[in-house]
Design a protein around this ligand. Structure first.
Ligand code: F0G
Length: 460
């Protein structure tokens, strides 16, 4: 199109009201939630950027197909429709629906993980790491060094460090590495994509050692769009062709359909191996459900089948990636430190750079996330020392590498004026950043503490 304005390629048929709170109300709400945004009721949030997972707006076509969902226990036609869509998109052979991404992870790693094994990934998402470690295996992250520098503005920062991969396989012995994963896009590394060249190179190394390669495919369509736009040789390729080419390099995939299948719940595990497929089928029947529904309703399978077709639409992806960039670029222009380049599903504020006067053990990311709520009712999530900080053997806090605040954009939910409002709120907090003060934990759980911790402002 010849015009520079990228529009939302949809119109709105059904709306949900948003509740606008006063600053006084928000002070009280935040206080009652112990400065933990997970503990705030969603009704008390104005713009919810906590996650892009399960928060998509479904299309009229998805709702229509849900009405036709087949709720038969075994062999429902919704499964066969869904299976065909996934096979056409990915070329993978055996498709198992599951209730969400981590269910696929649990099945996969309980079959191939275990003590003495190492699973290698560009960066494990937290549930992936937790499921690998729960099986007794080691979860090793080998993203390229550039992927760890938030300021460095280079493309494909989600790539695997293939030299380090080769070395790690040699050190551990290929027989102890049952799987290599590529997370596309790399969520924990800032929503950064993996290039086709890197996928192919990783494949080559896996072939050399006879190790299967899988995708953690949650945001596969966003990754394909980055390849089309940013990697030489793919400009004229339609997205489904790029997706097919990406998947031609892997032996299987885990997928949380709550992201790029544009649904509120669902996922799948897909594999080429007949032997692994038999094992998955048996385990799935034991814990998720019969393999033609996998813990979902038939209508959920129908919504996924439709969503997977909509997500590879060129104008949808252009709107999607451009609107994330719209938010990120406006913040960069205002001098606000963000992780660069802007990823696919979220903008990450660099709280360490924005609040250098707050030491990392006083949780600058959480301070910033709370400030965005107080200022404008925005919910984001801290990805820093509250989430990933650890205790050493003496109980002292070991901080995370980065102190980030993620603003994840739900798909097809907010309009440009919502995002303009978010930009204004962040600019306003940025103006007052020197007045912000640190937080301390008063109560915490032994693991995944960020979900339930109670915090309070430090009094000087
Ligand atoms: N892998 C990646 C890369 C993810 O981002 C997620 C979820 C999962 C696996 C697990 O999928 O939630 O369906 O079980 N990410 C969400 C987020 C929770 O907010 O980034 P799930």
């Amino acid at each position: 199109m010849a015009f520079k304005t990228i529009i939302e390629p949809f119109r709105i048929k059904m709306v949900e009201p948003l509740r606008i709170t006063t600053p006084e109300e928000r002070y009280r709400i935040l206080d009652q939630a112990h400065h933990n945004l997970f503990l705030i009721k969603a009704d008390d949030i104005l713009i919810d950027l906590l996650t892009d997972s399960g928060t998509s707006a479904m299309s009229a076509a998805q709702w229509a197909r849900m009405m036709e969902g087949d709720e038969s226990y075994a062999g429902c036609h919704s499964f066969f429709d869904f299976e065909k869509v996934v096979k056409d998109l990915t070329g993978l052979k055996h498709i198992f629906p599951v209730h969400q991404g981590r269910a696929a992870e649990r099945i996969l790693f309980s079959l191939i993980g275990g003590k003495g094994k190492t699973i290698i990934n560009n960066t494990h998402f937290d549930t992936t790491r937790a499921n690998v470690e729960f099986s007794g295996a080691e979860a090793l992250d080998l993203v390229v060094a550039q992927g760890l520098d938030p300021e460095l503005d280079v493309p494909f920062k989600g790539n695997m460090d293939t030299d380090a991969l080769e070395q790690a396989i040699r050190e551990r012995g290929p027989e102890n590495v049952p799987l290599v994963l590529l997370t596309i896009t790399n969520n924990s590394g800032g929503g950064q994509p993996v290039s086709m060249a890197n996928i192919r190179e990783t494949r080559k190394i896996c072939n050399r050692f006879g190790i299967p390669l899988f995708f953690d495919a949650c945001r596969f369509a966003e990754n394909a769009y980055f390849i089309q736009q940013g990697e030489a040789g793919f400009k004229d390729w339609p997205i489904p062709k790029i997706v097919r080419e990406m998947f031609s390099n892997v032996d299987g995939a885990t997928m949380s359909a709550k992201k790029d299948a544009l649904v509120n719940i669902g996922g799948f595990l897909a594999v080429n191996s007949d032997e692994l497929s038999d094992q998955i089928r048996n385990l799935e029947i034991l814990t998720e459900g019969y393999p033609t529904y996998g813990g979902l309703a038939g209508r959920d399978l129908a919504a996924m089948a439709q969503g997977l077709q909509e997500v590879v639409d060129q104008s949808y992806l252009e709107y999607r990636i451009r609107s994330t960039q719209y938010l990120g670029n406006a913040l960069i222009k205002s001098g606000i430190p963000v992780l660069k380049p802007i990823g696919g599903h979220a903008v990450y504020l660099n709280a360490k750079a924005m609040l250098p006067h707050i030491p990392v053990h006083q949780f600058p990311g959480q301070v910033l996330a709370c400030a965005l709520y107080l200022e404008g009712g925005i919910r984001s999530v801290e990805i820093g020392s509250l989430m990933f900080g650890k205790k050493d053997h003496r109980g002292a806090e070991v901080p995370a590498k980065l102190e980030l605040v993620r603003l994840a954009i739900p798909r097809r939910v907010y309009t440009q004026s919502h995002i303009d409002y978010v930009i204004e709120v962040i600019q306003s907090v940025f103006q007052k950043r020197h007045d912000l003060r640190g937080l301390q934990i008063c109560q915490e759980a032994p693991y995944l503490r960020h979900f339930t911790a109670h915090l309070k402002p430090i009094q000087e």
